[in-house]
Design a protein around this ligand. Structure first.
Ligand SMILES: Nc1c(C(=O)O)ncn1[C@@H]1O[C@H](COP(=O)(O)O)[C@@H](O)[C@H]1O
Length: 162
């Protein structure tokens, strides 16, 4: 099994259907990850411990998904210098704009690389994590080049009727 290089964390079990999109991309590209539920609000000690140990455990990127008052990505970024990619989960009350605004407006000094709301954002988070790791990993870089070429090739030049 591949070494765990990516921490895929989320505020709740209810975020998993969205965050699975990131997991699927990492699986496709052969990037080792662990998926964990960590909440700044509900499990603050777990968050603190995860952030404190992220570097020594060899994590190179953390993908953090949360919805609503989405403080998890920013709090994780405050606790570790491992780059944090934030995924705003789509919410029913405010369509995920609440999540986006909670994640994206970090104060100077503690950035979170914020993706789009929802499933596409989660998939892009997986790709972004892989692209960061590929800077130091030629095998992964080759897989990413192939993945991108296959996606481009699948886009028709002319619109199709159903
Ligand atoms: N935003 C956060 C945090 C956090 O930021 O620490 N912890 C849980 N949550 C979010 O609460 C939403 C509802 O959670 P439940 O479905 O468990 O009630 C989820 O989208 C989760 O990410």
């Amino acid at each position: 099994m591949a070494d765990i290089r990516v921490g895929l964390i989320m505020g709740s079990q209810s975020d998993w259907p969205t965050m699975k999109e990131a997991a699927t991309i990492l699986d496709e590209l052969g990037v080792g990850y662990e998926a964990r539920i960590v909440s700044a609000h509900r499990t603050p000690d777990r968050l603190w411990d995860y952030g404190r140990r992220a570097v020594e455990r060899g994590l190179q990127v953390i993908i953090a998904g949360a919805g609503g008052a989405a403080h998890l990505p920013g709090m994780m970024a405050s606790k570790t210098r491992v780059p944090v990619i934030g995924v705003p989960i789509q919410t029913r009350a405010l369509s995920g704009v609440d999540s986006l605004y909670s994640i994206v407006q970090m104060p100077r000094g503690f950035p979170v690389a914020t993706m789009a709301i929802g499933a596409a954002g989660a998939a892009n988070a997986g790709l972004m994590a892989a692209q960061i790791l590929a800077l130091q990993d030629p095998v992964l870089a080759g897989r990413l080049d192939d993945w991108r070429a296959a996606l481009s090739a699948s886009i028709p030049e002319v619109p199709q009727d159903d």
